[in-house]
Design a protein. Structure first.
Length: 110
């Protein structure tokens, strides 16, 4: 909820991040919480923590499409196109071979 509210007021994003930090302590095996925390880090511009947290998500749930996609978008933002391609190709090869959005993202990276 806080992440959605952050569109109108950035303080909600900080609240979301802080709440999710506590939530992952209480539920350290819940991949969705780690994913959401990673997204919160991305939105606050903390790419290092975002990467660590989203990688942890993928360790817990290797075929978590949204986590791979979030990493790909982060790599695109950082100019790391080859890493982005790897994540997008992983999605197409292992998770969702017919995903037109992923195919489009890959085409745009060429």
């Amino acid at each position: 909820m806080f992440i959605r509210l952050s569109i109108t007021n950035p303080i909600f994003l900080i609240n979301a991040r802080d709440t999710l930090i506590e939530a992952v302590k209480l539920a350290p095996t819940e991949a969705k919480l780690f994913y959401n925390l990673g997204v919160a880090y991305l939105r606050t511009g903390d790419y290092e923590k975002a990467s660590e947290t989203i990688q942890k998500t993928i360790e817990m749930k290797p075929n978590y499409k949204e986590a791979h996609y979030a990493l790909a978008l982060m790599y695109i933002d950082k100019g790391e196109k080859e890493k982005a391609r790897e994540e997008l190709n992983y999605i197409l090869t292992n998770i969702s071979p017919d995903d037109t959005n992923i195919k489009r993202e890959l085409d745009e990276l060429q």
